[in-house]
Design a protein around this ligand. Structure first.
Ligand SMILES: Cc1cc2nc3c(=O)[nH]c(=O)nc-3n(C[C@H](O)[C@H](O)[C@H](O)COP(=O)(O)O)c2cc1C
Length: 235
């Protein structure tokens, strides 16, 4: 098992690698990174994410094709697809409800999981519940701060995508901490990837992550970032 490095070293070591060495990544490195991925913070702990580790040579070859033949995908040892599906709150709810009771969480938290989550995460056929939800938040919202969603299926997808993206970041940092490299990719044919993985229509393919060991010319150059004062705002 590879040793792991300090958090800030791992953050600094992570780069988007476009060319990997032809060297397999030990499966336990990927498993450890998956363990880190599922520890990411996520909306209401509903864990509306799935991780598809595409492993057989045939399926990998197909996924490389669907990643538009990008060199990061082509040369990777492993490909991990991060999926967000807002409907999977139903999979988590019974365990969450049991958990809030077992830990003796305050009554409002129990109500949140018993009543509010099922209401918030449902959008109804063709978003039929959205106008009701919108009215409930809009009218009181004229006078006091109110949550402004999620109302629609798209809103639900956005919430799930945020959580899945955090899991993706945990995953790549955990790979980096173990001395291997990654490239997050959104350059793929999402419709075909969804079909390949047999995903439902509400599922979003958030990222395909290429994993491997960087070739000496793995990056296009040194890491570029805007001056921090251009993006950090203090008030
Ligand atoms: C959401 C997302 C999608 C990305 N898609 C691709 C991609 O399809 N192909 C690629 O080569 N790099 C992709 N990248 C990598 C970025 O180009 C890269 O993070 C950025 O240029 C900064 O470089 P660094 O990661 O080395 O710091 C993506 C990164 C993110 C976060």
């Amino acid at each position: 098992m590879a040793s792991s490095m300090d958090f800030f070293d791992a953050v600094r070591a992570r780069r988007s690698i476009r060319r990997f060495l032809p060297e397999p990544v030990p499966p336990e490195v990927i498993e450890k990174a998956l363990d880190a991925a599922i520890l990411a913070p996520n909306s209401s702990n509903t864990q509306t994410w799935d991780f598809h580790w595409v492993r057989t040579p045939e399926r990998k070859a197909r996924l490389v094709e669907l990643c538009l033949g990008q060199s990061a995908a082509r040369t990777a040892s492993d490909l991990m697809v991060i999926v967000a599906d807002p409907r999977t709150w139903r999979r988590s709810l019974p365990e969450l409800q049991a958990w809030v009771r077992s830990v003796g969480a305050p009554r409002p938290v129990q109500v949140y999981y018993d009543k509010l989550i099922p209401f918030t995460y449902r959008w109804g056929f063709l978003n039929s519940l959205a106008p009701i939800k919108w009215l409930i938040s809009f009218l009181p919202g004229l006078f006091r701060p109110m949550p402004r969603g999620p109302h629609t299926r798209r809103d639900g997808q956005e919430v799930a995508i945020k959580s899945a993206a955090l899991a993706a970041e945990n995953f790549v940092l955990a790979i980096s901490a173990q001395g291997y490299d990654t490239c997050m990719m959104e350059g793929f044919d999402a419709w075909r990837v969804r079909r390949m993985l047999g995903l439902g229509s509400a599922a979003s393919v958030v990222m395909v992550i290429a994993v491997g060991r960087s070739a000496p010319d793995g990056t296009w150059g040194p890491q570029l970032r805007l001056d921090r004062e251009k993006v950090i705002h203090r008030s």
